[in-house]
Design a protein around this ligand. Structure first.
Ligand code: GLP
Length: 238
C-alpha cells in the first residue's frame, strides 16, 4: 500500500519527512536509515539538523555513489552526505556507509556493501528520490526489478540532469555504484520524495502505471510500506 502525503512547499514537506525519520528512531533501539542525495530530500535533512534529536544510535547507508571522481571530490556522494547529514547532525563519520568507488574490484564492491547492510540488520527506512526518467537511486530504465547493488552505467539523460553540479557534461561521471531495485525493496519502509513539475510524469507513471523495468520507480507498487511525499507540482498528474 502506498500512502500519499502532499505538502505545498519545501519546508512543510521537510517537516513531514523528518517526522517519519523520528518515528523510525523512536521505534527501534538501533535504527538503520538509508539516505538519498539530490535536491529532493535536502529539506528533510535541514529539518533534522534544526532539531535537537539524538542520532547516536543510528547507522546510515547511502543509496548510490559516482565512480570516477577523485577521492574527496565535492560532488561525490560521500562528500555531499558529509556536508548535508554527517556534519549538520553531528554524527560520527563512521556511522555513514557509502559504496566504495575506489575499490580495486568494483564488481565485488556491491556485494560487500550488501554484506554491510545485512550486518547492520537491514534498512528500516529508505529515503528515495525519483529521476525524471523514473530512475530510482541510479537504477536506470531497463534495470531488473530484482537487481542488487552493482556497478552501473549512467544514461545520457541522467548525466544531463546532474550536469548542474559540474562544470560541464564531460565532467559528469559515466558510471556509478547503486543499490539495486531488489535491495531497495528489502528495506522495511520506503519514503519517496518528489518535488517540482519536472517529476510529475515520472511520479504518475511510477504510482499508477504498470510495474516495469522501463519505469524503475514502479517497483514501489510491489512494497507493502511506502510513503510518497510530494509537493503540489510533483503530484499534479496524480
Ligand atoms: C540522482 C540520484 C538519485 C536521486 C535522483 C533525483 O541522480 N542518484 O539518488 O534520487 O537522481 O535527484 P533530485 O532529487 O536532485 O532530483
Amino acid at each position: 500500500s502506498i500512502r500519499m502525503i502532499r505538502r505545498a512547499d519545501a519546508a512543510t514537506l521537510g517537516q513531514a519527512g523528518a517526522d517519519l525519520v523520528l518515528e523510525t528512531l523512536a521505534g527501534r533501539p538501533a535504527p538503520v536509515i538509508g539516505v538519498a542525495t539530490g535536491s529532493s530530500p535536502s529539506p528533510l535533512y535541514k529539518e533534522l539538523a534544526g532539531g535537537t534529536d539524538d542520532f547516536s544510535s543510528v547507522t546510515w547507508f547511502a543509496l548510490d555513489e559516482y565512480v570516477g571522481l577523485a577521492r574527496g571530490h565535492a560532488q561525490s556522494y560521500a562528500e555531499v552526505l558529509r556536508r548535508e547529514i554527517v556534519e549538520p547532525l553531528g554524527l560520527d563519520p563512521a556511522t555513514m556507509h557509502v559504496p566504495d568507488p575506489h575499490s580495486e574490484k568494483l564488481d565485488e564492491a556491491g556485494a560487500r556493501y550488501e554484506q554491510r547492510i545485512a550486518a547492520a540488520g537491514g534498512i528500516d527506512l529508505q529515503i528515495l528520490g525519483i529521476g525524471r526518467n523514473g530512475h530510482l537511486a541510479f537504477n536506470e530504465p531497463g534495470a531488473a526489478l530484482d537487481s542488487r547493488t552493482r556497478l552501473e552505467t549512467l544514461t545520457e539523460d541522467t548525466r544531463r540532469a546532474n550536469q548542474r553540479f559540474f562544470d560541464s557534461l564531460e565532467d559528469v561521471p559515466t558510471h556509478c555504484l547503486t543499490q539495486g531495485l531488489g535491495t531497495i525493496l528489502e528495506a522495511r519502509q520506503l519514503l519517496l520524495i518528489a518535488r517540482g513539475r519536472e517529476k510529475a510524469e515520472a511520479l504518475a507513471r511510477a504510482l499508477t502505471g504498470p510495474v516495469t523495468p522501463e519505469c524503475p520507480a514502479s517497483v514501489l507498487q510491489l512494497h507493502g510500506n511506502v510513503t510518497v511525499l510530494a509537493d503540489d507540482a510533483a503530484a499534479s498528474l496524480l
